[in-house]
Design a protein around this ligand. Structure first.
Ligand code: ATP
Ligand code: MG
Length: 140
């Protein structure tokens, strides 16, 4: 099963991308596709459209466009649930010890990593960043 993660701009700018990736690999995820990109405002608003109207939406989009991020397609058994467990709670203060957000997040907003929260959203979010040919071509 596949899911979508993004190493967020705070972790990339802070020089933590390699450590986050090492943590993901140690948790049994295989990287099937990856890219570094800087989101446009329109892309950030579309990616997080479910949060449109929430008080943190504008600030979240400003943060997500503040520098490069690294979207990746990750694969392992029960990938969606395992990745959500590996990243920890949205607010690092609430995250379990040993989770990526507990280890690397700066704050509830600047929280190092995104993970799809359902299989349907994983499909949508993988399609948001990667073409079918990129997913198949690398591993065929
Ligand atoms: P993500 O979707 O990025 O994996 P999440 O599913 O843990 O995170 P969501 O509720 O979907 O959390 O919120 C999306 C993102 O918006 C959070 O990861 C965080 O960067 C930001 N965010 C959410 N709630 C707040 C808040 N109360 N204050 C500031 N930023 C917030
Ligand atoms: Mg979410």
């Amino acid at each position: 099963m596949q899911t979508l993660t993004i190493i967020k701009p705070d972790a990339v700018a802070g020089g933590k991308a390699g450590k986050v990736l090492a943590h993901l690999e140690a948790a049994g995820f295989v990287v099937r596709a990856a890219r570094m990109t800087r989101l446009s405002r329109a892309q950030a608003e579309a990616f997080y459209e479910v949060h449109k109207g929430r008080p943190f939406f504008d600030s979240l989009c400003t943060f997500m466009t503040s520098g490069p991020c690294i979207p990746m397609v990750l694969e392992r058994a029960d990938a969606v649930a395992h990745l959500r467990k590996a990243i920890g709670a949205t607010d690092p203060a609430q995250a379990e010890p040993g989770t990526i957000r507990k280890l690397f997040a700066e704050s509830k907003e600047r929280n190092a990593i995104h993970a799809s929260d359902s299989e349907d959203n994983a499909k949508r979010e993988i399609g948001f960043f990667f073409a079918e040919s990129e997913l198949k071509g690398n591993w065929a």
